[in-house]
Design a protein around this ligand. Structure first.
Ligand code: ADP
Ligand code: MG
Length: 594
């Protein structure tokens, strides 16, 4: 075929694919148009996951009657006109591509009335046929109905997921705008069922309540005022206290000049700021608004406009870390011992726990945590020392013990209510009771889930769960998996569920939290291979013996016996070592016997 220019019909369909990938992208573009038109109420109604129809109504400025047809032409926009405008874009839209792209792959009806005109206009555009706009009675604002999205594009339709999945993507998108625009009232209905509604009272905390529940909203920390005059930058928003955390990053939203953005460096900067306040592999809930001069950020980097580039990115990240850190330091209560890797302050707390009954007196009780570390170092008990290795990490030891088996261990006792001391023919083992128990639980839950043989503990009193829209979707989606793990849940009307039983490993400690965490994990937590593994990891975190718990001799023996039976006993499910090994050779050398 010789080179030839594509007809506008073909080229517009190609271009449409870039902008409108799935129903949620059409919803996103239409909401952006409503927001750009200054709407304070936006209602979204979808049928059949959006493939059947999407209707978006707003009370914005509407489109003047003589511009109605023009709005559907490619590169027709009222938002930018010169190249200079492109350097400082203040609106969400600017390419003039959304309406023509949507019309190229669906049948669109628009009813709009400009605030300056006495009547409205009705206009239909099916991509091929367009009607002349007709007068129609209408309130001020715009209603756009998109029918049969990708109706004539079987190839694209094939890539759409189930109605439920498409609905939940649409919902995620609506929720993002609701978080970015607390002064706008959003309503989302899917197949005539109310899915989400935001109060529109201008309060971010209220929107967070609608999205994540009131209990979370109440405890969110306010960011202190930013003082970054040098680069005129303002960061505000709400962040969860470190004790309220989640198993994945999907509860973190960043907005730059009120546009939702995806930027892994921003997320990384936030995580760094929480470092030391929050357990490993846990993530905060947060909504962060970054405001900066329009010319300092390039939003024209990607067709979906979700990726942005900062002119002075290092300053942005540093400023973010500063305010978050400050908020945490000012408001956050002292971290509790629930970490897997205790931080320095937590180490001293562990030291103050009563020692196991095996020891007649508290070892090291009279010295500070820092001194304890030093003492151990001086004694050659430093982790970096050759003979004091994490099992499975030292070549020498890997050679002497295949990394997936353990010698038979004889339990000697517990130190600092945290480590079990044991001996084997090749020396001494120090076992981290929490890490070891996590490994044991992890393997047990995984195999029970796979064989569908979970043992259930019925709760004395069923727990009523009010689920956020997101959590409700994932529960409905993964109901079978959740049941296989040993949760007994019943639908209770609206967004409520009754939790009647939990996996017996979880116990009654905090059943609803355990379930919510698992929903997060099944969705996309932690990079594990199967949902069984992800869920097992989550249950293991919930039910494992904490550092600082005094164990009876019998409990220690039981723990070590279970660990010996594990397929992979040497690391906890996070990959941290469960034990360290001090070889007989090393002990002999230390005492000058060799
Ligand atoms: P863009 O948003 O990039 O300008 P669109 O194709 O999304 O391009 O929209 C084209 C034009 O139609 C907009 O510039 C705006 O003037 C008008 N428009 C679209 N939707 C609305 C709406 N809901 N309310 C008012 N005007 C609208
Ligand atoms: Mg637009």
């Amino acid at each position: 075929m010789p080179i030839q220019l594509l007809s506008t019909d073909v080229s517009s369909k190609i271009a449409a694919g870039e902008v409108i990938e799935r129903p949620a992208s059409a919803v996103k573009e239409l909401i952006e148009n409503s927001l750009d038109a200054g709407a304070t109420r936006i209602s979204v109604d979808v049928m059949g996951g959006g493939s059947e129809s999407i209707r978006i109504s707003d009370n914005g400025t509407g489109i003047p009657s003589d511009e109605v047809g023009l709005a559907f032409q490619r590169f027709a926009t009222s938002k930018v006109s010169t190249t200079k405008d492109l350097a400082s874009i203040s609106t969400l839209g600017f390419r003039g591509e959304a309406l023509p792209s949507i019309a190229a792959v669906s049948e669109v009806t628009m009813i709009t009335r400009s605030s300056d005109e006495p009547t409205g206009m009705r206009y239909e555009n099916t991509g091929i046929d367009t009607s002349t706009p007709k007068l129609a009675g209408a309130p001020i604002g715009t209603t756009i109905t998109v029918r049969r999205l990708f109706g004539n594009f079987p190839a694209r339709r094939k890539f759409l997921k189930t109605t439920g999945t498409e609905n939940s993507r649409i919902q995620t998108s609506v929720i993002r705008y609701a978080l970015a625009y607390p002064e706008v009232k959003f309503d989302l209905n899917c197949d005539n069922k109310k899915k989400f509604t935001s109060p529109g009272n201008g309060e971010l905390r209220s929107v967070i309540g609608a999205v994540y529940g009131l209990k979370i909203a109440e405890q969110m920390l306010v960011l202190p005022a930013t003082n970054e005059n040098e680069i005129s930058l303002d960061i505000n928003g709400l962040l969860s206290q470190p004790s309220v955390n989640r198993a994945n990053r999907s509860y973190i939203s960043f907005f730059v000049n009120r546009r939702w953005v995806q930027n892994r460096f921003l997320v990384y900067a936030l995580e760094q700021a929480y470092h030391g306040f929050m357990a490993e592999r846990r993530f905060p809930i947060g909504v962060l608004n970054i405001t900066m001069p329009f010319e300092d950020v390039d939003v024209n980097a990607h067709p979906t406009k979700a990726e942005v580039r900062f002119l002075r990115e290092n300053q942005v990240f540093a400023a973010l870390q500063r305010v978050v850190r400050q908020a945490l330091l000012t408001d956050s209560p002292v971290p509790q011992i629930q970490n897997i890797t205790p931080t320095q302050t937590q180490k001293s707390q562990i030291g103050s726990h009563t020692a196991g009954s095996f020891w007649p007196t508290k070892p090291f009780a009279h010295v500070s945590a820092a001194d304890q570390t030093k003492l151990l170092e001086i004694a050659g008990w430093s982790e970096t020392h050759d003979d004091f290795q994490h099992v499975g990490q030292s070549d020498e030891i890997v050679r002497s013990i295949p990394s997936d088996t353990l010698p038979i261990l004889r339990v000697i006792g517990q130190i600092q209510s945290t480590y079990v001391v044991a001996e084997a023919p090749d020396g001494m083992y120090l076992i981290d009771q929490h890490a070891a128990h996590e490994r044991v639980t992890f393997e047990r839950v995984k195999s029970e889930a796979i064989s569908k043989a979970a043992s259930v503990q019925t709760l004395m009193e069923p727990v009523l769960l009010e689920l956020s829209p997101d959590n409700k979707n994932s529960l409905e989606k993964h109901l079978d998996a959740v049941k296989a793990l040993g949760f007994v849940v019943e639908f209770f009307g609206g967004d409520s569920f009754l939790l009647r039983g939990v996996p017996s490993l979880v116990g009654e400690a905090n059943p609803s939290e355990a379930l919510l965490d698992i929903l997060d994990f099944i969705n996309d937590g932690g990079g594990y291979e199967s949902w069984e593994e992800r869920a097992a990891y989550s249950i293991a975190c919930h039910s494992s013996i904490r550092a600082g718990k005094v164990l009876t001799y019998q409990e220690m023996i039981e723990l070590i016996r279970q660990l010996e039976e594990c397929v992979q006993p040497n690391t906890c499910p996070h990959g941290r070592p469960t034990m360290i090994h001090l070889t007989t050779g090393r002990i002999e050398r230390e005492f000058g016997r060799r």
